[in-house]
Design a protein around this ligand. Structure first.
Ligand SMILES: Nc1nc2c(ncn2[C@@H]2O[C@H](COP(=O)(O)OP(=O)(O)O)[C@@H](O)[C@H]2O)c(=O)[nH]1
Ligand SMILES: [Mg+2]
Length: 238
């Protein structure tokens, strides 16, 4: 077992999960973090450096690095790659004009050796916008199937501004995630402990479920104990 694997396992025993939240600028990364934490999603300004947010989810401490996505900041993403357990890639589903840019950046990112063991969750955000692409369309546009050989990935439609829209989301919160690694988590109905914090889109919580299920089963518990990894340990604090 390599040193990095030992360090990673030790950290995961403490249920610390390092998550990089990346994507083009304006995708909704900071808003998603705020929605999860029950903060006011109206007050979001462009991220010029990075924010670190700690999210307690199903007994795991997700240390989420929300890093600015402007073109000028992207070369600095590499400074944050070390010991990453999962990448959450946020997409503005209505930004068709930059979808190719988005695909290129994602594929370039995931060629990085230090991210080789990381799972990938794609949030197809801004589903409340009428012209938004579906997660299936985005999966094709970003060529996610091409990543299957190197990364476990999943895509989850959502809206960080869910609480502000009057109509219900276009897809059911319990709609399975689209994933080539068809794990047991992808069809799971969220347990009460995974219910959304104040006003956040439940589909965002399903995405986080997938992340902790992936990381927990793959690195910490061994895949046969995935259900155990998802057990609501110390959820009282969540
Ligand atoms: N309609 C809609 N707007 C969103 C959503 N998420 C974020 N936004 C808006 O998109 C803009 C960029 O959001 P921000 O979180 O700063 O993006 P970031 O650059 O990826 O961190 C802001 O004006 C947000 O209010 C969403 O789900 N729906
Ligand atoms: Mg931001």
């Amino acid at each position: 077992m390599g040193l990095l694997t030992i360090i990673r396992k030790a950290r995961l025993k403490e249920r610390q999960v390092r998550v990089l939240m990346l994507g083009l600028d304006n995708a909704g990364k900071t808003t998603i973090c705020k929605a999860i934490l029950g903060e006011d999603v109206d007050e979001v300004s462009p991220t010029l450096g990075f924010n670190i947010r700690t999210i307690l989810h199903r007994g795991f401490n997700l240390n989420v690095w929300d890093i600015g996505g402007q073109t000028s900041l992207r070369p600095y993403w590499r400074n944050y790659f070390e010991q990453t357990d999962a990448v959450i890639w946020v997409v503005d589903s209505s930004d068709r004009a930059r979808m190719e840019d988005c695909r290129r950046e994602l594929h370039e990112l995931l060629q990085e050796e230090r991210l080789m063991g990381a799972s990938l969750l794609v949030f197809a955000n801004k589903q409340d916008i009428a012209s938004a692409m579906t997660s299936e369309e985005i999966s094709v546009a970003l060529d996610l199937p091409a990543l299957t050989s190197s990364h476990h990935w999943s895509i989850q439609p959502c809206s960080a501004r869910f609480s502000l829209v009057s109509s219900p989301p276009s897809t059911s919160p319990s709609e399975p995630l689209l994933s080539p690694t068809t794990s047991t988590t992808s069809t799971a109905t969220p347990s009460p402990s995974a219910l959304p914090r104040k006003g956040a889109d439940p589909r965002i919580m399903l995405g986080l479920d997938w992340v902790v299920g992936e990381v927990g089963s793959r690195v910490y518990y061994g895949s046969q104990n995935q259900a155990q990894a998802l057990a609501p340990v110390s959820e009282a604090k969540a």
